[in-house]
Design a protein. Structure first.
Length: 183
């Protein structure tokens, strides 16, 4: 990272005279030595010739996390060539529970006389919840998550076919657009 994009942690403490003062934290190699005095941590960086500071919290953990976030933000701006990077609209993310409900509504409307289809999709979504349940939004699912799903399913045993291992064909059907393409 260029020197102009370096982010460091500093601390603001109150001296015995009552005056607030910024202090630099001592370092050993690349690690900070955390100051024990009460105060607030800040991250500091330069934009052109202007020094910028931002509150980072009261604990070393909060300060380290704020430093990591600010470094990533500045690196993203650097990659974008100085153009502002649009912030993601949190309202645009689709919760997995909502997508599941929309999908089942769609299936019930378009296949009302196929209850086995609905049961099969429910089973697939149970597997999905078991394996990828930590994900909250559809947009958060990555290619690596799909690969994790396939790996986990390939070790599962079929209840329908006398305990044989789930076939790659079944797994590919489950993750393809033919099954659960709305989820």
């Amino acid at each position: 990272m260029p020197a102009s994009k370096r982010v460091r942690i500093i601390k603001k403490i109150r001296e015995s005279s009552g005056i607030w003062k910024f202090i630099s934290l001592a370092r050993i190699n690349k690690r900070y030595v955390w100051d024990k005095r009460p105060g607030y941590y800040f991250v500091e960086w330069w934009q052109g010739r202007q020094r910028k500071r931002q509150l980072a919290g009261q604990t070393p953990t909060e300060a380290g996390e704020a430093q990591r976030r600010k470094r990533n933000e500045l690196l993203g701006e650097l990659i974008a060539g100085g153009k502002e990077i649009p912030k993601p609209n949190e309202g645009s993310a689709t919760p997995i529970a909502d997508a599941t409900q929309m999908f089942f509504t769609h299936v019930r409307v378009h296949s009302p006389d196929k209850p086995n289809t609905i049961r099969r999709y429910e089973k697939v979504l149970e597997h999905f919840e078991r394996i990828l349940g930590k994900k909250k939004f559809i947009e958060a699912i990555t290619r690596a998550d799909i690969d994790d799903y396939k790996t986990a399913r390939s070790t599962d045993k079929s209840q329908q076919h006398k305990g044989r291992i789930i076939t790659p064909r079944t797994i590919n059907f489950e993750v393809s657009g033919k099954c659960c393409n709305s989820v």
